[in-house]
Design a protein around this ligand. Structure first.
Ligand SMILES: [Zn+2]
Ligand SMILES: [Zn+2]
Length: 766
């Protein structure tokens, strides 16, 4: 035996911070260390992974580089701290047991799409042949099955499935891909699928279920399939009558459906995909990505009612073994895959509920016996200005925290009303909840309250400060007020938007905030939504906004864009507007219009709004793109959908104390009467808004000597507007900040509320 010369050896301690647990990090460290001829150990603690290694300096350096470069896909390394320690000669490299400090939190991995190795397993003879619940340390369910920490099988919904001896030996074997993979299972010991037709169980053979489901979908029938975070409804995406039937089952009139494609090649047939979009779609998070559709020249067209004639489509790739198995038998290359629920209710997760509510509506229901503990929807993203922007943050993204230098301990932020997410604080982390939805139905409110209790327990948060919106009627505000005895901070909606974007971008100074959305309660009691703020995390000053306009019928005006169009026309033209030969005049009953004008005159149920979304609605109505919306933000989406990129003109507007669009509307009306085509008008209108934003922040910069612009609010989901705004601001040397991992819509509000509360607590003004 050759004696090694250890005199040149050194030892270091390495601390790895970030999401490094439950993602196969320790076995990875073991493999890298042994490959680099290092001895020592690796250990999980609650806050990080600790490593000590001994060996040649060059090998240690290589090892540290490979830790960062080759980490498992779902690991998220925030920081690697290296310090020299006294040289210690270890006999080998070992994985030590977890160092559990009980009440401190560990991070939880989001759910991970099935990996290629596991997909191979289901095609190989053995105990995982055709096994739909295959997973390993690199893939599989996480957040959706976790009930409590520390993360081990007993605290997940896999606790009902004791591992068979084969799985157990893989679980115990350091070099195995399933070493300490908590949901490890196989045909002998794990969960199984079952199929029901008319409430009767007809099969529990996976091979048979796949064939039956594929046949039903190919024959034009809708089916329900239990997924990772909830039930899905599915049908052939090329079959118009099947898609229509799905719409009527869900009672969902117009809101676009997401489509899952067999693979990237099939997807590229029907949608434009650039390299960044491809990376995002194919990432382990497997979000729904909003892409521009191709104008198909062949027969090969998706059912028209999938996306309400918009040129955008939400697409995704398979992410569960079952999806791959299904596509192996399906003839159609794409299926609609939408949340299994009735409109306005949260996605179903209970087997019995699925059978009770949907047996009469769908041709088959496929369930499995692995319980879903944390309900999650499919996430939605859009690639804009070269980055993935998360619009709906759920599966694959939650519950990754936002790190901040603020002290977030014990803060609970309750979010907004629509597109709700809440946020809880622990140490210097903010945990945004999964997408909850619109807090209007009882079921969604129950989901909200239950999830809140679960987050508090999971992350060991003891509420010491609450943050709510200023809107007195928000359900989230009322739930917050129900936590009696805990101090409470009310945060203005648009201030929360900007604060959210500031925290995401780690900025903590005075900025110019541009918050554009549909509605948010203002400090003057009016409905805000086109706000130019000068603000920091503690407070804000409202510099300017779009002119107020009466919103006849209140919330109803947000659902019926013609109402806001009448309001603008009446303001600008007086009663003469009815003589204008606009499509609106033909579409809407004259008596209704007269009644609306009377409401405005008498100020009956006509709250004032500065919401940018309402101006978009007005223009969408003038162009007759929508008069009564069938889904949220339909007007703005339709306007964006017809944009023609090569038009650079814009309309006139007036900026004084506030921003007035009378001349814009006049210009649009003239263009309509002169038969200028709608794409030109829509594009000129977008250019106008971009110009208004630039000119306004430029004035603020000159006056306030501030060069930092923070963009937030749902209006910035509009790609043309978003990219155009960033472009002109950057060309004029502004420092521009926007959202990426936190939604720019109301789903990001809670993070801002939490940040404002934290700062006010620090300043002792709560
Ligand atoms: Zn795997
Ligand atoms: Zn097994």
């Amino acid at each position: 035996m050759i004696q090694k010369d250890t005199s040149t050896y050194k030892s270091v301690e390495i601390i790895v911070l970030g999401l490094v647990q439950g993602v196969g990090f320790r076995p990875f460290v073991y493999r890298m260390a042994t490959k680099s001829h290092l001895t020592g150990w690796v250990q999980n603690t609650n806050e990080n992974v600790r490593i000590q290694v001994t060996g040649l300096s060059v090998n240690i350096d290589g090892f540290i580089v490979s830790l960062k470069q080759h980490a498992p896909q779902a690991a998220c390394i925030e920081e690697v701290l290296v310090s020299d320690i006294e040289t210690t000669l270890f006999p080998s490299f070992t994985i030590l047991g977890s160092h559990d400090v009980s009440d401190e939190i560990t991070e939880i991995s989001p759910d991970i799409a099935v990996c290629d190795d596991c997909l191979c397993d289901i095609n190989e003879p053995g105990n995982r042949l055709d096994y739909s619940f295959v997973n390993c340390t690199n893939c599989g369910p996480r957040f959706t099955i976790i009930k409590d920490l520390p993360y081990d099988r007993g605290r997940t919904t896999m606790n009902l499935f004791p591992m068979c001896p084969d799985c157990h030996s893989e679980y115990e074997s350091i070099l195995d891909r399933r070493f300490h993979a908590q949901p490890t299972a196989c045909n002998d010991c794990g969960p199984q699928y079952e199929m029901f037709v008319e409430n009767q169980r007809v099969s529990n053979s996976i091979q048979e279920i796949i064939i039956q489901v594929a046949q039903r979908i190919d024959n034009g029938y809708p089916v329900m399939i239990k997924g990772m975070g909830g039930m899905h409804l599915a049908c052939d995406a090329f079959n118009e009558s099947a898609v229509k039937r799905l719409r009527s089952i869900k009672s969902r009139e117009g809101k676009p459906f997401a489509v899952m494609f067999r693979n990237m090649d099939e997807l590229k047939e029907l949608a434009f995909v650039n390299a960044d979009e491809e990376l995002s779609l194919d990432s382990w998070r497997r979000p729904i990505s909003l892409l521009k559709m191709k104008q198909s020249k062949t027969e090969n067209v998706l059912a028209a009612s999938i996306n309400a004639n918009l040129n955008l489509i939400g697409v995704m790739l398979p992410y569960m073994p079952f999806h791959y198995q299904l596509f192996s038998k399906l003839k159609t290359p794409a299926i609609v895959l939408t949340s299994g629920n009735f409109s306005n209710e949260p996605i179903l997760i209970e087997n019995q509920d699925a059978l009770d509510q949907f047996s009469a509506h769908v041709d088959a229901i496929v369930l499995h016996n692995r319980d879903i503990y944390n309900r999650t929807d499919d996430s939605v993203v859009r690639l804009m200005a070269g980055k993935e922007r998360v619009f709906r943050r759920s599966r694959g993204y939650v519950p990754a925290p936002v790190r901040t230098s603020l002290n977030t301990e014990g803060i609970v932020a309750f979010g907004a009303e629509l597109t709700n997410c809440f946020c809880v604080g622990k140490g210097h982390k903010a945990f945004l909840s999964q997408y909850i939805g619109d807090l209007q139905g009882i079921e969604t409110t129950e989901f909200y309250e239950n999830s809140l209790v679960r987050f508090l327990q999971l992350f060991r948060v003891n509420p010491s400060l609450l943050a709510v919106d200023m809107h007195p009627a928000y359900i989230s505000t009322r739930v917050g007020l129900g936590f009696s005895g805990v101090p409470l901070v009310q945060v203005q909606h648009h201030h929360a938007h900007i604060a959210s974007c500031m925290v995401e971008n780690h900025i903590d100074e005075k900025v110019i905030g541009v918050a554009f959305d549909g509605t948010g309660f203002g400090t003057d009691g009016n409905t805000w939504g086109s706000e130019f703020l000068l603000c920091d995390l503690s407070d804000f000053k409202r510099i300017t906004h779009f002119d107020y306009i009466p919103m006849p019928g209140g919330d109803q005006a947000a659902e019926e864009p013609w109402r806001i169009a009448v309001s603008y026309l009446y303001k600008i033209y007086g009663s003469n507007f009815t003589a204008l030969q606009l499509p609106l005049s033909q579409k809407i009953d004259k008596n209704k219009v007269r009644m609306l004008v009377r409401m405005i005159d008498r100020k009956i149920n006509c709250p004032l709004t500065s919401g940018a979304g309402r101006l978009f609605d007005c223009v969408a109505s003038l162009l007759d793109l929508v008069q009564v919306a069938t889904f949220q933000a339909e007007g703005p989406l339709r306007l964006e959908s017809i944009i023609r990129e090569n038009i650079t003109e814009n309309y006139r507007y007036t900026i004084s104390e506030t921003i007035c669009f009378d001349e814009t509307i006049r210009g649009i009306v003239d263009d309509i009467l002169n038969r200028i085509d709608s794409p030109t008008i829509a594009t000129k209108f977008h250019n106008t808004i971009i110009s208004v934003i630039f000119e306004t922040v430029n004035r603020i910069r000159q006056k306030e000597d501030n060069n930092q612009v923070v963009l937030s609010g749902g209006v910035f989901q509009n790609k043309y507007l978003f990219e155009g705004t960033i472009d002109i601001l950057q060309k004029n040397n502004f420092k521009v900040y926007s959202h990426a991992t936190v939604p720019t819509n109301d789903g990001g509000i809670a993070l801002g509320q939490l940040a404002v509360a934290s700062r006010r607590r620090e300043l002792k003004c709560v």
